[in-house]
Design a protein around this ligand. Sequence first.
Ligand code: URA
Length: 236
Amino acid sequence: MNQSNIKNLEFIINSGVNYFLQDSPRNWYNTSTNTSSKYIKEVDNEKLERIEKIITKIKSFDTPLKNSAQNLVVYDGNLDARVMFIGEAPGKDEDIQGLPFVGRAGQLLNKMLAAINLKREDVYITNVVNWRPPNNRTPTDKEILEFLPFLQEQIDIINPDLIFLLGGVASKAILSTPHTLSKLRGSLHEYQSLKLNKVIYAIASYHPAFLLRSPQYKKASWEDLQMLQKKLNEKN
Ligand code: URA
């Protein structure tokens, strides 16, 4: 962990926010320490530098979203992960903490990960849009297109084997299709990076916030997670 994050962690602990330390340790700027996990690739220390450059680029990208948001939210998890989870945009809790999926939807995401024996530090978690849209509105097509190059660059850096798309916004953006999520669900898609010379499998599934509102879709979500687990184990 780099120095500024140690300081940040000390600050958080001293301020009494100990729930921060529950579920799983945050790994923001730390490259993998968990190399024994089958969900982690070889450690590549250059990734950290490349991700930090992207963060700087996103920070300096001019967007009105900056005016209403408090903190930039780029990623959580592991830079050497074999699987990337991509959501839509930060909500209120994420905006406050500067980390993706830390609110109620994030707690459900943690449970979804645990259901297939994954921890947050086994995966890379990010969003299509990196600033919270006002009142949690859905990002506009323009915003999605503006932020997409940053997301594609993150995919090129992380170089995952699999991408799990949380909800319609992430699915349509990454699969570059107007199809609805219900049409995209249930099959294995291929994401073609212009830079990486390999196939990255992508699975489109429900957003945890949607599952909180519509728990009857959890069964279908579980099927999608099992597809992910099977694919991860196949490639191992
Ligand atoms: N919803 C998202 O799409 N992303 C988050 O980080 C939190 C909630």
